[in-house]
Design a protein around this ligand. Structure first.
Ligand SMILES: C[C@](O)(CO)[C@H](O)COP(=O)(O)OP(=O)(O)OC[C@H]1O[C@@H](n2ccc(N)nc2=O)[C@H](O)[C@@H]1O
Ligand SMILES: Nc1ncnc2c1ncn2[C@@H]1O[C@H](COP(=O)(O)OP(=O)(O)OP(=O)(O)O)[C@@H](O)[C@H]1O
Length: 302
């Protein structure tokens, strides 16, 4: 593949964890997971265009909380790819943000995967899927899933993916909170809360995988679980009120999304998503609410 002539834009989905089973802390500080990811229809877009040097800009909700230096995951992706190929990271990256920042929906990871794919096309590198997945795993545990999308089981620290069959569309409402929660702080709180207990090996329950395969929303609702939820609630007790408000509004089930503080509500159909989102937005227990569906495709050049 030759280098792209003009800018390259890649669209990347957010994720929700329908089962996040967390094992004991490993010697490297990470936790082994059984992490069932679903990609949802909230998207960031990353545009890569030729420039004299690496620069990053960002627009959209929460853009003021996104670093524009080399700590930005999109910038780190461009640097990693350029270093791997011995070329200059001469690129301008623009992020159009719609995924909540520090919301437990893998927004930064989405931008990392998006920048990797966009730079690969801009620079005509033609990396294989396996090469891109390896680079994604170096960038962060959630980044490989942002590349592949759909539904997948993540093992190891979440980066080793097995695609999962999904038999229908699931409808969600996400209640967005003010401020973020730090992922390491939430895992640290998990360690504090489980200290002295026997943390079981993480597993994805067969009932959950069957519910996904058959597109059965009530069965999926019964199987939703997040081992980080007690830790997120301990750091942000007010999320309990948001969870209660979503259930009172008619959601099938509610859960903290990943490391939070976004809460995710599974609803029975699109109409229910509209009414639950309106009720949550009016409840005073969250900043705003967004309806979305899953599965969504992974990172895609537009
Ligand atoms: C909570 C989740 O979003 C669920 O999908 C992920 O597990 C977090 O993935 P991520 O944000 O890509 O995390 P990374 O950037 O890889 O790691 C950030 C920090 O989170 C903690 N971390 C992350 C993943 C994991 N399996 N165990 C951990 O303990 C570690 O403290 C690590 O230093
Ligand atoms: N491109 C990016 N977009 C958002 N945040 C970024 C980005 N690059 C680096 N960050 C930093 O990462 C932190 C976490 O942001 P992010 O939106 O990825 O959180 P998250 O969705 O909770 O992550 P995850 O669900 O993967 O744990 C932010 O507070 C910010 O400082």
């Amino acid at each position: 593949m030759s280098p792209a002539a003009g800018p390259v834009t890649v669209r990347v989905p957010a994720k929700v964890n329908v089962r996040l089973a967390v094992g004991a802390a490993r010697p490297d500080g990470f936790h082994d997971l059984a992490n069932v990811f679903l990609a949802v229809s909230l998207y960031d877009e990353v545009t890569a265009r030729p420039a004299d040097a690496l620069t990053v800009t960002c627009e959209g909700p929460g853009a003021d909380q996104v670093p524009l230096d080399r700590t930005n995951l999109a910038a780190r992706a461009a640097l990693l790819l350029a270093a791997r190929h011995g070329i200059e990271p001469a690129v301008h990256l623009h992020i159009a943000k719609d995924i909540p920042v520090a919301g437990g929906m893998a927004g930064g990871s989405a931008d990392g995967a998006g920048a990797l794919l966009a730079c690969d096309a801009l620079w005509g590198l033609n990396s294989s899927r396996a090469e891109l997945l390896d680079l994604c795993a170096e960038l962060g545990s959630d980044v490989p899933f942002s590349l592949v999308g759909g539904a997948a089981l993540g093992t190891g620290r979440g980066e080793k993916l097995t695609p999962l069959d999904i038999g229908g569309t699931f409808h969600w409402v996400f209640a967005l909170a003010d401020g973020g929660l730090s992922t390491p702080a939430v895992y640290g709180e998990f360690d504090r809360l489980t200290a002295g207990t026997d943390v079981p090996a993480p597993e994805a329950p067969p009932a959950l995988l069957t519910a996904l395969r058959s597109g059965d929303a009530p069965a999926l609702a019964a199987a939703l679980a997040n081992d980080l939820q007690p830790a997120a609630l301990s750091l942000r007790p007010a999320l309990r009120e948001t969870l209660d408000a979503g259930l009172a509004a008619g959601a099938l089930a509610g859960i903290v999304s990943g490391s939070g503080p976004t809460t995710a509500f599974l609803v029975k159909d699109e109409d229910s998503a509209v009414s639950v989102a309106a009720a949550l937005a009016a409840s005073g227990t969250c900043r705003t609410a967004r309806a979305a569906s899953s599965p969504a495709p992974g990172a895609t050049v537009r």
